[in-house]
Ligand binder design. Structure first.
Ligand code: COA
Length: 118
């Protein structure tokens, strides 16, 4: 069942400015995300996705404890490295969009419901 939803929007220019500081990427992105993000718009998409996920989860995470990388179809796949996150029961879905000026994302958290033996 769905137990959380979050949304975020960010200006690409704000992220481009922040990227001038080399510490920004290390604080926000994982190594795989850094390798994937070839434009400020893609970094902005990751930023929005992570903020949306934090809203949906309802407890604080460091941004680089959240990884959003794309599968071969291009769909963004989320991994959380915080040991307090119950990745066995909680699944996170995220969708990202970016235009010239803005990037946005929405996240949904699903918790698996235990099956009752029949
Ligand atoms: C996939 C598609 C909807 C993306 O829409 P778009 O308007 O070009 O781009 P947007 O800015 O709205 O979204 C870009 C984001 O969509 C996400 N995305 C890309 N492919 C996706 C897919 N197949 N499913 C879900 N999300 C996808 C990515 O997160 C991407 O951002 P990122 O590269 O920074 O991770 C569009 O390319 C499309 O309709 N393609 C035709 C169908 C297609 O190729 N499907 C994929 C193969 S099955």
């Amino acid at each position: 069942m769905v137990v959380g939803v979050g949304i975020d929007i960010v200006e690409v220019s704000r992220i481009a400015k922040a990227m001038e500081n080399p510490r920004f990427s290390r604080k926000v992105l994982t190594e795989r995300e850094e390798a994937y993000c070839d434009s400020p718009a893609r970094v902005a998409g990751r930023w929005a996705a992570k903020e949306a996920i934090i809203k949906a989860i309802g407890f604080p995470l460091r941004l680089n404890q959240i990884q959003v990388v794309n599968n071969p179809l291009g769909q963004p796949i989320v991994t959380i490295t915080d040991p307090n996150f119950d990745g066995k029961r909680l699944k996170i879905f995220v969708s990202i969009t970016h235009e010239r000026t803005h990037a946005a994302a929405v996240a949904v958290i699903e918790r698996s419901v235990l099956q009752v033996p029949m």
